[in-house]
Design a protein around this ligand. Sequence first.
Ligand code: FE2
Length: 362
Amino acid sequence: MEAAATQSSLSSVRADPSTLYPSLDWSRSIIVLGIESTAHTFGVGIASSRKPYILANVRRSYQPLKGGIHPREAASHHVSVSAQVLAEALEKAGVGISEINAIAVALGPGLGPALRVGATIARGLAAYYRKPLVAVNHALAHIEVARFYAGFEDPLVLYVSGGNTMVTAYARGRYRVFGETLDIALGNLLDTFAREVGLAPPYVKEGLHAVDHCALRAREPLLLPYTVKGMDVSYSGLLTAALRAWHRVRGMERHSVCLGLREVAYGAAVEVAERGLMHTRKNALLLTGGVAASPVLQEKAGIMAKLHDRRFAAPPPELAGDNGAMIAWLGLLNYLAGLVVEPEEAVVRQRWRLDMVEAPWR
Ligand code: FE2
């Protein structure tokens, strides 16, 4: 029921935070501990305002034995691993709790029972050790850790994960959503298909999804419905059509279903990102979220960006998927900007949209 822990070295961070966040005071030495528990992953990361910036990034993921994520099972998984993950993160960072300046926690969006585990632990730590508490939006954390990793000042972002598929960019105080999925997210599409046809586990190796892996042996893609409406994508019809096709064919033809599914799914996301780049005239494309770890999607998005003479980057897998380091990093930015909350204000917000969150440090 559990995947291995991951430790991020983040030795490859390219950016100088004082150029990306010039309004913040980087002369202060601040260390923030961040807790992630929005979905299948419980993670604790520790970020510092001094190099190497990310001191620890430890996580454990719940993998359902059958079916999709069961929120309460995910929550009990998080409870069972939390003490160990917290201890490992502090040990890897080489800091004691007394050296932590603030506790950050992802309060949404996500699954209620899973979110409440992180929120309860964060409130408890903050109250017991008398530390300021920082509320973090999970989607914004995915974006800012990737932006910091890439060193991009003002990219267009394609954020793709199990729960989100959106094209977004910063404008006047917050990130604006230019396009998104009208139904299910890209990661959910791939995971559901893989599970329904017995291709699980969803992620195999080196970021290759089970669907990418199945597609490797295809001779040609099966034609499947492609739905892009303006700046939005729709994946539920594609899922239904791919499942029907899978059960209609046998043998090698099933690999063609995987290839068709992958080409349509990634192609639609890259198409709306391309239109977003043209509309916003941003000079860089940044891929982030769990599905950003796919080398196939990275290649497609990278080729598109290059065609338009734009820069392109995607973070390494340990920062692309859900992790505590991204919560700690955004927590550090919020803390430096003076955005702290009282423990009683730190309530979970299951539908906390990215475009509702102020980003005063930009
Ligand atoms: Fe996520």
